[in-house]
Design a protein. Structure first.
Lengths: 430, 443
């Protein structure tokens, strides 16, 4: 089947033209989306980001001038990101890390901005060579960005070069959530996951996609599940790597009580993960959910921002700690700093935190999605959704797989595995 | 009665000498080597019990660096609401930073601090800093007053004179107190613990040791916020010499009410109107303590408050009370440049924040939340005499019924009509009157 509407040819043509424009030298290139200056038209403008040398020099100067707290009192990471980890990160960030490398990688990708509901939405848009590729909109989360998805672009759009078949091809749209990365920062209330979901449907429509799928983890899951609830014309199904599946009795027991006694091994594993998360790790989300503006330090201190972002779920925080100790698994130092530096340079520490304030949704409760849903359950996710909970939460479950490795940042940490999952998940919808 | 042991005369003599030493020029005084470490350098601490004089002297470099950092602040965009519901508003922080980075003068705060005799003594390997002011009256009652978070000894400065010198402040000779105001470990000029274990229980033991070391055979203790936890623990430990405690943030919540609060359930049936109101205040409070939960679980991750003055200031300002978040008295103080009647001023707010900055205690102070694993407002089982003042702006107004159950030897209970979470700081006169009245039966 063809996923393109009749207007697509025109859009493709104009995209090609603007893409050419976006590769000319900096002064003529479109600058980052500025909220407020946004126009109301539906034009899709090319986008390239190039930060000034002065801003990079300022960042390095600030990192070198960091005023450090005293060392944690424990010999593990139970009080937060360890001082030694942050000092290693700071040393590498200020002396060896090169933002220009990822800037060049981004500049090599077709990026655009279009204004929807008054906010400029930035997105990467890469088409497969195959004419009948399945369009997918992939949404990042917090503390992520489009950086999380860079490694899956080529495998998904060019599957024959990455162990797949032509029939596995996707056209990929990777937007920056409002308030994140190169998208505009909302200046008005109401940019909750429901609103963002509606905007994504407008975006896919504007790109000429008649039929498409959506994918996400973290906030990307919340947004994808809201899209599934809204059932915009054209949305065939969603894939999530952080599904909302918690049965009511589990949610109630997590608020203060013993686990139900009838849990299977998978369910007990998930319970233990959730119990740990709510007892020890949910603080960042509660703070951002209630007092995002108070986090001035995220905008003023690069190390403050980096530590805040590194200290997400326990598994990814430990993984990142190992990376800065010299081990190589899933993520590199550059991967981590590309993402943190993107937040720093776009000044989005606080604006991204506001999504937690805007959203009134329960993180992991079933939302009542009835369209086709595919789920990949990664072992190091905040919780690994058990099959029984998942089947109950999503009556139209078309795919469920429990993976042997990978965590919260699945696309970033395990791009090959993630790619295979996306291919397998959506095969039945082509 | 006399509150002094036989060794006290000697100690007083020593103290007098030490005060004299501490007032001689900076070069000879026990000045902090670098800002933050002060005289109290953890690790280098000796195990002796000597009491060393202490003076607050911050090097110019540290003050210049602070102003430079404030001037260089990188700001977020404005909140998307027109009130304080997303946190401390951008305009508030910008206005504060504008003053803090230019006209605010830390040296004035230093003069205020150094007007009082300050000392450091090592207890359990950690240097404990404290203000120690003797009353001119011979049989003054010794009182140890403990601050909380986001406070410091700056909170208590205005009550020193009324308590130690009552006849000059509307009181009588027999209202006199000797006042000891320690900086909690990890706070202000006390040392920063380098190992775990310095929770309220340990502090309570250290305070008893401190009072003994000062030669006080009988004394009372007072506290709010973390200071309330410390005095409750002292009450539980009942060290020899502790006659009673006074708390302005009493822990009175009955077990069934506390359970309902923790699980988010409905209020237990049968609450009186006063209890029902307290329950509702507690429900609100528990929705405004994300800062506490975060510091309780991940204090080390707050690198930003060590590195960014404005980040630190916003974090410290955003403490709630019954009238708002930030606390109403603190928020209104930001617009008050002078105060004839003792209400908080902008300078006092900045004195406290600047003390955190210069001593680099944003993170070390946060660790107290991590150390403490007990309940917040639940009755702890204190059986020694307890006095309670209920301020209207406190997190919850402890009902008399709960207070009587929580503290079976309640010697004083009073609901006052003004003042909030930072009672001594906000309403020093009223606070001093309460302390006098509270401990009068014990003299």
């Amino acid at each position: 089947m063809s996923f393109l509407t009749t207007s697509t040819a025109m859009l493709l043509a104009s995209s090609a033209a603007v893409l050419a424009v976006s590769l000319i030298p900096t002064p003529l290139v479109a600058q980052p989306a500025t909220a407020g200056a946004a126009t109301e038209d539906a034009a899709i403008r090319p986008f390239t980001f190039r930060v000034s040398d002065e801003e990079l020099a300022d960042l390095k100067r600030r990192i070198k001038a960091t005023k450090w707290p005293s060392r944690e009192l424990v010999v593990d990471d139970t009080q937060g990101v360890r001082l030694a980890t942050m000092q290693k990160l700071a040393d590498y960030w200020a002396s060896q890390y090169d933002w220009r490398k990822v800037e060049a990688r981004l500049a090599a990708l077709p990026q655009f901005v279009t204004n929807i509901d008054g906010v400029d939405i930035h997105f990467i848009h890469v088409k497969a060579k195959e004419p009948n590729a399945l369009p997918v909109i992939i949404t990042h989360g917090w503390p992520g960005s489009i950086i999380e998805q860079l490694k899956v672009i080529d495998p998904l759009t060019n599957p024959t070069a990455h162990g797949g078949t032509a029939a596995d091809a996707f056209d990929i749209v990777i937007p920056s959530i409002p308030g994140y990365g190169f998208s505009g920062k909302p200046t008005e209330l109401g940019w909750d996951p429901q609103h963002i979901a509606r905007v994504w449907a407008v975006l896919m429509d504007r790109l000429g996609y008649k039929k498409y799928v959506a994918q996400g983890g973290d906030w990307g899951d919340a947004i994808s599940e809201q899209m599934a609830l809204q059932k915009p014309a054209g949305l065939l199904g969603i894939h999530t790597n952080m599904p909302g599946t918690l049965p009511d009795n589990i949610s109630a027991a997590l608020a203060g009580g013993p686990p139900p006694t009838d849990l299977s091994a998978d369910e007990k594993y998930a319970w233990d993960q959730l119990d740990f998360f709510y007892k020890h790790r949910v603080g960042y989300a509660q703070e951002m959910g209630n007092r995002p503006q108070t986090l001035y330090a995220l905008e003023d201190s690069p190390i403050g921002l980096a530590a805040w972002m590194l200290d997400h779920d326990a598994a990814s925080q430990k993984l990142i700690g190992r990376v800065f100790d010299g081990q190589s698994e899933g993520l590199t130092r550059d991967d981590i700093l590309d993402n943190v530096t993107l937040y720093w340079l776009t000044n989005t520490g606080v604006s991204s935190a506001r999504l937690f304030w805007e959203s009134k949704l329960a993180f992991f409760a079933p939302k009542g999605v009835t369209i086709p849903v595919a789920v990949s359950a990664f072992p190091d996710e905040i919780y690994t959704a058990p099959r029984r909970w998942t089947e109950k939460a999503f009556p139209n479950l078309i795919y469920y797989n429990r993976l042997g490795k990978g965590g919260h940042f699945a696309a970033w940490e395990q791009p090959e595995l993630f790619t295979q999952e996306i291919r397998a998940a959506f095969k039945s919808l082509r | 009665m006399s509150f002094l042991t036989t060794s006290a005369a000697m100690l007083l003599a020593t103290s007098a000498t030490a005060v004299a030493v501490s007032l001689i020029p900076v070069g000879l005084a026990a000045a902090p080597a670098t800002p933050g470490t002060a005289a109290a350098t953890p690790g280098k601490a000796t195990e002796d019990t000597a009491i060393h004089p202490f003076r607050t002297v911050i090097p110019d470099d540290a003050l210049v660096d602070l102003r430079r950092r404030i001037a260089m602040t990188r700001w977020p965009d404005k909140e998307t609401v027109t009130d304080q519901s997303q946190g401390v508003p951008l305009a508030t922080m910008k206005e504060l930073a504008s003053y803090w980075g230019t006209d605010y003068d830390w040296r004035k705060a230093e003069v205020k601090l150094n007007a009082y005799p300050q000392f450091v003594t090592n207890i359990d390997g950690l240097d404990i800093h404290f203000i120690h002011v003797h009353s001119p009256h011979p049989n003054a009652m010794p009182l140890i007053v403990t601050h909380g978070w986001p406070g410091s000894i700056v909170e208590q400065l205005k009550i020193i004179e009324p308590l130690t010198n009552p006849t000059a402040h509307g009181g009588r000779v027999e209202d006199a107190f000797d006042v000891v105001i320690p900086s909690m470990p990890g706070y202000g000029f006390s040392g920063k613990p380098t190992g775990t274990g310095w929770g309220p229980e340990h502090m309570a033991r250290a305070w008893a040791e401190l009072m003994q070391r000062l030669g006080y055979s009988h004394y009372v203790a007072q506290g709010g916020d973390w200071g309330a936890f410390v005095v409750d623990q002292m009450g539980l430990q009942a060290p020899a010499g502790l006659l009673a405690i006074h708390t302005n943030m009493p822990a009175t919540v009955p077990a069934d009410v506390d359970k309902a609060l923790q699980t988010g359930g409905p209020a237990p049936s049968g609450l009186s109107a006063e209890e029902q109101r307290a329950y509702e205040q507690l429900v609100r409070t528990f929705k405004q303590v994300d800062y506490a939960r975060l510091m309780g679980s991940r204090p080390q991750t707050l690198y930003g408050i060590a590195d960014s003055p404005v980040g630190l200031a916003a974090w410290l300002l955003d403490h709630n009370d019954a009238d708002g978040q930030p606390a109403a008295a603190v928020a209104s103080a930001l617009n008050r440049t002078t105060s004839a009647t003792g209400e908080l001023t902008r300078d006092e707010i900045l004195d406290n924040i600047t003390l955190y900055w210069l001593t680099n205690t944003g993170v070390s102070a946060s660790r107290l939340y991590w150390e403490y694993k007990g309940g917040f407002f639940n009755a702890k089982g204190v059986s020694i005499p307890v006095a309670v003042t209920v301020f209207p702006g406190e997190q919850y107004q402890a009902p008399r019924s709960w207070t009587e159950r929580a503290y079976p030897k309640l010697i004083y209970y009073n609901r006052v009509d003004k003042g909030g979470h930072f009672a001594a700081w906000e309403q020093p006169e009223l606070f001093a009157q309460e302390i006098r009245a509270a401990f009068r039966p014990l003299r």
